[in-house]
Ligand binder design. Structure first.
Ligand code: NAP
Length: 475
């Protein structure tokens, strides 16, 4: 903690909290600090304050809102190192990845500061001579978000920045494991001049309580959720009563396909970053690898050698590229998937060992078949099952054979195949010869049970805007 220079960022750790939640480091289980445990009444009061603050905010111009958001962006970047350290302490990811996430998270604030100025309406050619028809875009009102622990900053800014730019207020519930990053980014928004109560964080060990309050509140017009498909289903059901707008960024089961004409070294490089970033705990992580028969041996050999080189340890230590898993349950889950796969006939080609604590060795599995549990489940850990294929049609069937439809990846040099496969993959996002595709300028989101709506890009702000039709008659 001594290395964190901006102490106001850790104001959430103040001594006078009355009812607290402990935050621990997943690398060594040491206590990092505490955050407030909010009661139902406190969550409701926060929503009411956000409702009142939004009224004045909606009356500001997009240009005025952009100036504050730009200052917030600058402060996020000026405090990149401190934010990265807080993130690594509570989440575990290596410092280099945390620095990258701070920059990625800040990029949404910069992008939507600009996009807010481009929330255009339309004038529409009239079918009746005495009428003029137009639309304007207006903020939905109060938006609320529930976010996961795997991207503690970016999953908040990717939602809060378009909401604030659109003229909404925003209340966020971060994951219980990573609330400090959320409080830190809100503190920087305050320092940037964002009026009080427009952006608030609420925390509780009772997540269903906050979900219930958010979904049933008539003061909240929009819920944006990032997390598991199961919890997304619960929130959608709960939101039905108040007919709330929802955005859902849910689970994935990304195929990573290597064709016989692929550049194998490039594919191995992409496979390493796509699979093992954040210890395999990202929704867009490659989950299952399909490699053409003709290049299978070469790919598995080179991939396994590269995996053996990955250093596992505390994310604050130099050279570490794989940090701990988020908690004991995460480790138990991947160990059970691995055991099942081995019983079903898979063999370990690299790694495979439990390294104690919450650490697990990055692992490559071969002799895997498409029907195995480890291929069907979202692994969310550092295990890469590799399946052999020989026929493109059969491959597409296997790749699309899942309830999920978030990210997908493939490697090929054939331009005809590139278009054909990119169009045939039933996913919201396709990386072609590229293993890391997230950027603020492109629409992020899934199809099927991976979600509803898009984040980032010009589409991202529409999630927080209503379109109003105005008809001028008797002209
Ligand atoms: P999770 O269990 O769904 O938790 C996510 C958030 O939901 C946390 O803040 C959690 O609170 C809260 N929550 C849990 N149960 C709830 C309930 N009944 N009502 C209201 N809120 C509830 O997901 P996770 O295991 O932390 O995160 C991993 C999942 O997120 C994976 O499936 C991954 O694919 C997905 N994800 C998707 C994207 C995307 O953009 N599509 C991005 C990142 C992650 P507590 O922490 O307090 O329990």
């Amino acid at each position: 903690m001594k290395q964190i220079k901006n102490h106001t960022l850790l104001s959430a750790l103040c001594d006078n909290l009355d009812n607290t939640i402990a935050v621990t480091n997943p690398a060594d289980q040491t206590l990092i600090g505490h955050v407030q445990a909010h009661s139902r009444e406190e969550v409701e009061a926060t929503i009411l304050r956000a409702r009142d603050a939004q009224k004045a905010w909606a009356k500001t111009t997009a240009k005025q809102r952009a100036a504050i958001l730009m200052r917030w962006y600058e402060l996020l970047m000026e405090n990149q190192e401190d934010l990265a350290r807080i993130m690594t302490l509570e989440q575990g990811k290596p410092l280099a990845e945390s620095r990258g996430e701070v920059a990625y998270g800040a990029s949404f604030v910069q992008w939507f500061a600009e996009e807010g100025k481009r929330a255009y309406g339309e004038t529409i050619p009239t079918p009746l001579a005495d009428r003029r028809i137009m639309t304007i875009k207006q903020p939905v009102g109060v938006a609320a978000a529930i976010t996961p622990w795997n991207f503690p900053i970016a999953m908040i800014t990717r939602k809060a920045a378009p909401a604030l730019a659109a003229g909404c207020s925003f209340v966020a519930k971060p994951a219980i494991q990573t609330p400090l990053s959320a409080y830190a980014v809100v503190e920087l928004a305050r320092q940037a001049g964002l009026p009080d109560d427009l952006l608030a964080v609420v925390t509780s060990e009772d997540a269903p309580m906050i979900g219930d309050v958010f979904c049933n509140s008539t003061h909240i017009q929009k819920i944006s959720f990032t997390g598991s498909t199961n919890v997304g289903r619960i929130l959608m059901k709960q939101s039905a009563e108040s007919v709330k707008r929802v955005s859902m960024e849910l689970g994935g089961n990304a195929p990573f396909i290597v064709f016989d004409d692929a550049d194998i070294d490039l594919a191995v490089k992409g496979a390493i970053t796509s699979k093992f970033r954040n210890a395999g705990q990202t929704c867009v992580c490659a989950n299952r690898f399909y490699v053409h028969d003709a290049v299978y041996e070469e790919f598995v050999h080179k991939f396994s050698l590269a995996v053996d080189e990955l250093t596992v340890g505390n994310g604050l230590d130099d050279d570490v590229v794989i940090g701990p898993l988020i908690d004991d349950n995460a480790k138990l889950k991947i160990k059970s998937l691995l055991d099942q796969a081995l019983q079903q006939g898979a063999t370990v080609s690299a790694g495979g060992d439990d390294l104690g604590g919450q650490f697990f060795e990055p692992t490559v599995l071969t002799h895997v078949s498409h029907s195995m549990d480890i291929v069907q489940a979202e692994i969310f850990g550092p295990i890469a099952p590799v399946i052999r294929f020989s026929d493109d049609e059969e491959l597409i069937e296997m790749a699309n054979d899942t309830i999920y439809g978030l990210a997908s990846y493939f490697y090929s040099k054939d331009i005809n195949r590139i278009f054909k496969i990119a169009e045939a993959l039933d996913y919201g996002m396709v990386g072609v010869n590229e293993g890391v595709i997230s950027t603020e300028v492109a629409p992020f989101g899934g199809v099927k049970q991976s979600g509803i709506g898009r984040e980032g890009a010009r589409q991202g702000i529409d999630e927080y805007l209503n379109t109003k039709y105005i008809c001028l008659g008797s002209m």
